[in-house]
Write a protein that binds this ligand. Structure first.
Ligand code: SAM
Ligand code: SF4
Length: 328
């Protein structure tokens, strides 16, 4: 059985972007009320007294947009300081990153994934649902800042959507040639925007790989913390290319993670809420951390049966929560 030791922690469900594929403009989202967010203290108690003792050692901070969480640098410092923390990373849209990169690094964050779906500012703006000044440059500055501060590996996440940004796949892949950046192509999932998914569908990793292979050739490679990605490299490139193929190649059988939502729900699977535990209410009603450890252990034991097989389920259904709500 897979050792489940990796927890994705959503720090907040809100976001300063409205990506078409995640939380499209006009979508009615029930945001978590402030009083229902786990406080910093509750989150740290759960990590230290529940998750670490049951075997979690690797943590990723995500959201929503994690950099919108007040005191995020202090949270990073606290989580990094636990002796048992072996790995602490973050997934961000990068918009607020440039001025924060150094403090996050100093606080102990070492790995970062930044979403970058386009190199063309107008297309980028369209994807993130922004009608004002393009935010592309701010994100690009965030990526450059993270690179110069020394985040390693530095990964760029790209969700490829037919007729939106698929024409940029080679340009995005080319970023890995001169820089030690790791570009990861993620298959578009039927979560968040049913209409867009129904209209455009998704492109398989195999198809993307084929077009990159035809242009430069591809060899297999490795990168630290590659998770479910299949990793390749353009021959001679400094960085790598990852392909996350949850639609075409179900990897549920090797899933090693659970998710904690910003309001304290522990979910064993991205798409299946069976067995989820409301840890916030438990803490606030005085349930002991010893009892919570027991509940989490029981959920861990059930996880292999809970893991959702996206491919087997068919790809036309949509899921009720968006990635920003689940903690993608
Ligand atoms: N706001 C941060 C960001 O965008 O990087 C972190 C949260 S976001 C929900 C985490 C990841 O989920 C991003 O890389 C995003 O591209 C991905 N994502 C969101 N909706 C998706 C979908 N429908 N299909 C595939 N990936 C999706
Ligand atoms: Fe925000 Fe990330 Fe979702 Fe885009 S993908 S709307 S940046 S949470």
């Amino acid at each position: 059985m897979n050792q489940v030791d990796y927890l994705r922690i959503s720090l907040i469900d809100r976001c300063n972007f409205r990506c078409q594929y995640c939380m499209p403009e006009g979508a009615e989202l029930d945001y978590i009320l402030k009083q229902n967010l786990l406080t910093d203290e509750e989150l740290l108690t759960l990590i230290q007294d529940v998750f670490i003792p049951v075997g979690f050692t690797r943590f990723r901070l995500t959201g929503g947009e994690p950099l919108l969480r007040p005191c995020v640098v202090e949270l990073v410092r606290a989580i990094a300081s636990f002796e048992e923390t072996q790995d602490l990373s973050m997934t961000t849209n990068g918009f607020l990153l440039a001025p924060m990169a150094q403090s996050l690094y100093n606080a102990g964050l070492r790995r970062i994934n930044i979403s970058l779906d386009s190199l063309e500012p107008d297309i980028f703006n369209q994807i993130i649902g922004n009608r004002g000044r393009s935010r592309w440059q701010d994100v690009w500055n965030g990526i450059q800042a993270a690179y110069s501060v020394g985040f390693d590996p530095l990964k760029l996440n790209v969700v490829v959507i037919p007729d939106v940004n698929d024409h940029e796949v080679l340009d995005l892949a080319a970023l890995t040639i001169d820089k030690q950046w790791h570009v990861r192509f993620i298959e578009f999932m039927p979560i968040g925007n049913a209409e867009l998914f129904g209209d455009r569908g998704w492109i398989s990793s195999a198809e993307l790989r084929q077009s990159i292979r035809t242009r430069w050739g591809l060899t297999e490679a490795q990168v630290r913390g590659s998770g479910p990605a299949d990793v390749f490299q353009i021959p001679g490139a400094k960085g790598t290319l990852g392909f996350i193929s949850q639609m075409s190649e179900c990897f549920c059988d090797r899933c090693n993670r659970m998710r904690l939502s910003a309001d304290g729900w522990l979910r064993p699977c991205l798409l299946n809420e069976t067995g989820q535990i409301d840890l916030k209410t438990a803490l606030r009603t005085g349930v002991s951390t010893a009892e919570l450890r027991q509940q989490v252990r029981e959920l861990l034991a059930m996880k292999p049966e809970i893991n959702f097989k996206l491919r087997d389920s068919g790809t036309t259904g949509m899921y009720t929560r968006t990635m920003s709500q689940i903690g993608g």
